[in-house]
Design a protein around this ligand. Sequence first.
Ligand SMILES: Cc1cc2nc3c(=O)[nH]c(=O)nc-3n(C[C@H](O)[C@H](O)[C@H](O)COP(=O)(O)OP(=O)(O)OC[C@H]3O[C@@H](n4cnc5c(N)ncnc54)[C@H](O)[C@@H]3O)c2cc1C
Length: 448
Amino acid sequence: MIQPERITSFNNQEPKGSYILYWMQSAVRTRYNHALEYAIERSNELKKPLIVVFSLDLSYPEATPVHYRFLWDGLQDVKRSLSERGIGFQILFGSPVDIIPRIVDDACMMVTDQGWTRLQREWRQKVIDSVPCMVAIVETNLIVPVHVASPKEEWSAGTFRPKITRQLPAFLHPLTPRHVQVESTDYQPFTEIPSAPKREFNQEHVSDDTSSQSLPGGETAADHYLSVFLSGTIDRYEATHNDPTARATSYLSAYLHFGHISPLDIALRVMEHPGPGIHAFLEQLIVRRELSHNFVWYNPRYDQYEGLPEWTRKTLGKHRTDTREYSYTLADFEQCRTHDRAWNAMQLSMNRTGYLHGYLRMYWGKKILEWTETPEEAYSIALSLNNRYEMDGRDPNGFCGVAWCFGKHDRPWKERAVFGTIRFMNEAGLRRKFRLDGWVDRTFELYT
Ligand SMILES: Cc1cc2nc3c(=O)[nH]c(=O)nc-3n(C[C@H](O)[C@H](O)[C@H](O)COP(=O)(O)OP(=O)(O)OC[C@H]3O[C@@H](n4cnc5c(N)ncnc54)[C@H](O)[C@@H]3O)c2cc1C
């Protein structure tokens, strides 16, 4: 089922060209992809071939070779799976703003998937402004489209939860795959657009760094991790998801970030699974994740210190000149050179695996605030490290997670130096939750 609220249409005009184009960008998958299924419906209705393209921009801000390797894995899965379904697919190299307008001249219509961050939105707007045909943007990476969940920036999970929960019955519905009536596997209309050979692409851009121990990308790997999670881990989720030594979380965030798996698919499969973890997990997957998208969608300064609520900037401003016991630069943090062995292990985990457990991310961000000369500098360091070293970085969840460390979606706590009334975290708190030393030793053992 594709709810009409998922679709936003532009350039309403008669379809005249010879094919339907799906510009795939943020939903790099074939399973549970509403944009793909919508494009197939249009292709069948107009009896025109469907061609899917992905525009691979090798200068995407803050993307590293490790990110490109993950993305590339996903594109290979898409290629295979679309071919099995009789649908043509091309990876085109360059910015979509240059490429897409060059290939739509003869398209009846263009379908694309939704993006929320500034660059993703600018890309779509510029493309829409310069293409002659009808365009549909389809929301498929959120369970409830962001404007339906709430018409404004929400104050907290407490204000957002009842709003999104009311919408769930309308959106928690399976999506059945459609069959294409006009096969297009051999249809390659865009021969003049650069499509760099894989070898050259690999050498320049994709990490083959053996010290990197990050997860493989793609929908096959995503499905594997979801199956592992459902076959037992979920039962431990509620009680132990805040314990990094318990390995009780799903490890799906990078797959969600790259659109290699659909949150709707995850939610429906989790809901089929009787057991204790469902509620706690859906709170993270739906309420927290979609609240992050609410933040990024409605707050134009989501990636700047100035985008924080007034009360947090006020209290941090009041404590701006407080003496910092330690003060580090971006390079110190990046190279794990703080006095705190546990913090260094956290950054090491990010550097080597592209992943840090969620509970530790909170401590990690709070300490950057504590050990930097100004809150503005701390904000920019935390975002930069998060975006470059987390495989799931540059995501609404990352912008929101960092903002949370500075008070966003939280409330004032007891006043103290440097933090003002922003919530504080310390090592003793971590020790109360789990065996910190064991986690730190193991991390150094594995990654140095
Ligand atoms: C400082 C900081 C930075 C963060 N940066 C990112 C980031 O760059 N990208 C990212 O996806 N998440 C980020 N998070 C949120 C969260 O830590 C990760 O999503 C989670 O740890 C990923 O692991 P998992 O998939 O095993 O999570 P699980 O516990 O299995 O959760 C399932 C899914 O729910 C969502 N989720 C879980 N916790 C949160 C949360 N607190 N807020 C929003 N959604 C959540 C994620 O999509 C996650 O994949 C950040 C949090 C903090 C405090």
